[in-house]
Write a protein that binds this ligand. Structure first.
Ligand code: PFF
Length: 475
């Protein structure tokens, strides 16, 4: 069954640029501004970054085209779209199973994504309060959190993590906003949000990067991000980089199948997909160039891990001119990026409920938004009352991880690569060739290049990296 509006017609984007904006909004998120700098820092910078960029263009881009092709051709939720492409290609409908994998992965990701976005919301509150007191003191351009020691500033995160109530209320607020937008539908919900939030995001990103270039240590940041030390490129690091490329481009969870299914009319998928990949990678690199100059300027550790953005940066903003203001803007920027991504995540299961179960949009979004909220509660309790719980204790790779990191790690390292692998095999080997050519609008040499990448390189590379990453013992 196909989801439809009251007039009987299935929802859709108002224009090609609306789709691009929404898809860039989906791609650009915590993955770019929080996860990418964290991983680049932890994995030694240059080699990780260059391998990541290679993954984006050689593996990610062909997959972006493939997912949008499936959605655009199927004009249905992820599972229904794959089924329709399979039907038109004379392939088995069983292929739609990897759509279900994507729906489950998107549901799991949005549950912890909202918890992390909740931390961001908390810091918007902290920095907002600080900026208001700067204003009241008649000194709007002072540094952030003046008078607080480094320990006190870093301790704020510990305080947040120790408080289930605080974590829960932030998570609730963020999931509430996500649900509200998705329940409103494609045009007046998701598209409207992207149209307002994405321009805001880009203005903030460019402004803070320029600020960082002036007050921070740009040379050291550039050297750190772009000078490769290839000895650091272990199979684990490659697995992480691939997982990050897939996560950042919103691949492997049927997100772009779902968004692609709302494209009406013809459009060449090559240029559209290139725009998405360039915008997403550009934002990840710019985020690195926004964050690391500030980190290096005050001599902090780039390998601080997931707390880099939350504990390290607020302290760095203390000694910087206008740090109170910029710090506030910085967390608003992350929040904006998170919203346009979380709505795309929730849209995947929501569209499935509408398309496969025949539910109304309101009912479907409420069921999955509510469900993800509950799973998110387990994630946030993993920081305090359930800190001893190890969900995958039997699996060495995940045995040490708390609940949130387990869900993050399992989706990112197992489910996303699996989804990407099946997408590549399906589009590269099973989908009807003339259908692919017609619906992607790609022809000539580019068609051959893309075909090679999706049919050969993607399955082989994703498969190898998946297996060696998960089972390092076999090497
Ligand atoms: N791409 C988003 C980010 O980088 O934060 C995360 C994401 C969104 C993953 C949507 C998957 C998805 F379908």
């Amino acid at each position: 069954m196909v989801a439809s509006t009251a007039s009987g017609e299935r929802e859709g984007w108002s224009s090609r640029s609306a789709f691009i904006l929404a898809a860039v909004g989906a791609a650009v998120g915590l993955g770019n501004v929080w996860r990418f700098p964290t991983l680049a820092g932890e994995n030694g910078g240059g080699a990780f970054v260059l391998f990541y960029v290679a993954c984006v263009f050689l593996l990610g881009l062909p997959l972006v085209i493939s997912e949008i092709f499936i959605g655009r051709t199927g004009q249905d939720d992820a599972v229904g779209s794959i089924r329709k492409v399979a039907e038109k290609s004379g392939a088995s409908g069983a292929w739609s199973a990897f759509g279900i994998l994507g729906v489950i992965a998107a549901f799991l990701i949005v549950s912890f994504y909202s918890v992390v976005a909740g931390w961001v919301l908390y810091y918007v509150g902290v920095m907002g309060g600080d900026f208001v007191s700067a204003l009241l003191a008649g000194d709007p351009f002072r540094g952030a959190l003046i008078g607080e020691s480094q320990e006190a500033i870093q301790g704020r995160m510990g305080d947040l993590f120790a408080s289930p109530a605080l974590l829960l209320s932030m998570h609730l607020a963020f999931m509430g906003v996500t649900l509200f937008i998705v329940a409103r539908g494609i045009g007046s919900g998701i598209e409207a949000a992207a149209t307002i939030l994405m321009p805001m995001f880009f203005v903030l990103l460019i402004a803070i990067t320029i600020y960082g270039a002036f007050v921070g240590d740009m040379d050291e940041a550039v050297a750190f991000l772009f000078t490769p030390d290839w000895s650091k490129l272990t199979p684990q690091v490659m697995n992480t980089a691939l997982g990050q490329a897939l996560f950042s481009l919103s691949l492997g969870v049927a997100g772009l199948i779902t968004y692609g299914s709302y494209i009406k009319g013809a459009s060449g998928l090559g240029p559209t997909s290139l725009t998405i990949a360039f915008a997403d990678t550009g934002v990840a690199l710019l985020s690195g160039l926004m964050i690391f100059p500030i980190v290096f300027a005050v001599g902090l550790d780039p390998a601080a891990g997931p707390t880099l953005v939350f504990q390290t940066l607020p302290f760095a903003f203390q000694t910087m001119p206008a740090g109170a203001l910029i710090g506030l803007l910085f967390f608003i920027l992350i929040l904006v990026a998170a919203v346009t991504s979380s709505i795309s995540l929730l849209e995947v299961p929501t569209a499935w409920g509408i398309g496969e179960m025949g539910w109304s949009r309101r009912k479907s979004s409420l069921i999955f938004g509510g469900g993800a909220f509950l799973v998110g509660i387990a994630c946030l309790l993993g920081y305090n009352v359930w800190s001893d719980v190890r969900l995958l204790a039997f699996w060495p790779l995940f045995a040490e991880l708390d609940i949130l990191d387990t869900v993050d790690g399992f989706t990112g390292k197992v489910m996303l690569p699996l989804g990407a692998f099946f997408t590549a095999i399906f589009v590269g080997w099973k989908a009807d060739r003339s259908l692919v050519e017609k619906m992607t609008g790609i022809s000539g040499i580019w068609l051959s290049v893309w075909r090679f990448l999706i049919a050969w390189l993607c399955p082989l590379a994703v498969g190898t990296i998946l297996i060696t990453g998960l089972f390092p013992a076999i090497l």
